[in-house]
Design a protein around this ligand. Sequence first.
Ligand code: PGA
Length: 252
Amino acid sequence: MRTPLIAANWKMHKTADEAVQFGEELASRMQSLEDASAVEVAIAAPFTALWALRDVLAHSPIALAAQNVHFEAEGAFTGEISAGMLRDAGCRYVVVGHSERRTLFAEASEIVARKARAALQAGLAPIVCLGESLPERESGRTLDVLGAQIRLSLDGVEADRAEQLVVAYEPIWAIGTGHTATPEMAQEVHAFLRERLIKRFGEPARGIRILYGGSIKPDSIRGLMAQPDIDGGLVGGASLDPASFFAIIRFE
Ligand code: PGA
């Protein structure tokens, strides 16, 4: 009932030319898939590559995503980009609340919620990221921390828009470290998040995709995807090379 979503998060990598080259190669590899509709694929590219990628991906099943958005529609916000601008550039998704933004740019869950609401308002699907730190996990507080994060990060989101939401569980200790959560560890958290989403939004929350992210590699994706509440992946390092990203798309 939930189509898996595999999203590349390029972070601060790739010029427009490099993005185009990647997009062309991935689009051509995707033509070899027997059923390209069995999995949805998205690329969260830097802002500067969006317009160039839009043209390359237009005739492919690959969706375009941004990595951040401002919560206001327009105004005196130097350096910021609005959800409407991202729609204009061809985006379907936008990542909000990535742990790098939370920790390096002091983005609190309240800000993440404003961004998620602005995205939905503009017709973008926000990929709302959550995750615990290593000390939080080691002290047994993982579910408490995530319970608070999901509540605050979705504050004010209306139930009739809930189906557009995507949630990404990204344990901070697994991001870029090579330490993936085991499928069982991730499933425990995903089931917990699903239950919270259902409590919050009711039955439509069963359609919300919950992605796992954190050191996904071609050889770890299959075990993760076998879990009932893992509906896809947000892939950083392994998404920078078309061959390894394509292997992940195929769950190889
Ligand atoms: P990683 O990054 O796959 O390099 O761990 C994932 C992410 O930060 O979204």
